[in-house]
Design a protein around this ligand. Structure first.
Ligand SMILES: Nc1ncnc2c1ncn2[C@@H]1O[C@H](COP(=O)(O)OP(=O)(O)OP(=O)(O)O)[C@@H](O)[C@H]1O
Length: 255
């Protein structure tokens, strides 16, 4: 199996702090891989470097052989990387359906002229886009809420909506930044069920999550960070009994 993402010697400093320090790892295509570590260990910074929201000081990031370092976030998204955020990024003044439609349009980029003139082709494309958006809404249990404003949705629904938006971009790699945070146990199970089938559809998941029990259930490979450095990597069963990982997490509990 090939690697969809290869990170080598990645470093990001904020002043004197090395938030990510000489980090190297690879993510296999078609898997669920997890990135874990205590608070402040560099997980979100790593995600931000991969998606172009931050520029690395040094190191390389290869996505399907393309160098990502230095590329703008929009270009990286176009190559096939989508993400979700710790705080869901939703257009609250738009309806649930419109939020997902934006992603569908972003991918399809219908001809501007045909949209402006509302040519017959425009209405056909509009209908197709709506049908497509509903596929994602149904997948994340949002079809009944399609026409209500996103504002006021409970957190669980907002997380689902953000996932629907991300998947409507048809990414090859989806980075999940605490997608289960704030969800109740039932919602977490629904979320895990909706996400674990994605690798069979060719979508690779790279997942940061504080709920380690959830990740250990779904991930095939786990990378562990501490103070910006990789301290362990391997299948969940090995990671759970790795003395260094246990020490770091015990240290966090007693902090
Ligand atoms: N924009 C920034 N400016 C300055 N320091 C930052 C910035 N972003 C992150 N940091 C610092 O870099 C370190 C790594 O932060 P990061 O958010 O990547 O960790 P994390 O593992 O995602 O943490 P958490 O689990 O709490 O979300 C922390 O010490 C943090 O305070």
């Amino acid at each position: 199996m090939s690697f969809i993402l290869e990170v080598k010697n990645l470093t990001k400093r904020f002043g004197a702090l090395k938030a990510v320090n000489g980090l190297s790892f690879r993510v296999r295509q078609g898997t669920i891989s997890a990135l874990i570590g205590p608070n402040g260990s560099g997980k979100s910074t790593t995600f931000n470097l991969i998606t172009g929201h931050l520029k690395p000081d040094s190191g390389t990031i290869l996505f399907e052989g393309h160098h990502l370092e230095g590329l703008p976030a929009e270009e990286i998204a176009r190559l096939g990387i989508a993400r979700t955020f710790q705080t869901p990024q939703i257009f609250t003044h738009l309806t649930v359906l419109e939020n997902v439609l934006l992603s569908v349009y972003q991918r399809k980029r219908p001809g501007l002229l045909s949209s402006l003139l509302r040519l017959p082709n425009f209405f056909k494309k509009e209908k197709e886009a709506q049908e497509e958006a509903f596929v994602y809404l149904e997948r994340f249990f949002l079809a009944d809420e399609a026409h209500r404003p996103a504002e006021g949705l409970p957190l669980g629904k907002l997380r689902h909506l953000e996932l629907a938006r991300a998947l409507a971009l048809k990414p090859k790699l989806l980075l999940l930044d605490e997608a289960a945070s704030g969800l109740d146990p039932r919602e977490k199970i629904d979320l895990a069920e909706a996400l674990t089938s994605l690798p069979q559809e060719g979508i690779t998941l790279f997942w940061v999550e504080h709920d380690l029990n959830l990740l250990m259930e779904v991930a095939e490979e786990v990378i562990v960070l501490d103070q910006g450095e990789k301290i362990a990597e391997g299948p969940p069963r090995e990671i759970q009994r790795n003395p260094r990982v246990i020490q770091v997490y015990l240290g966090e509990e007693h902090a």
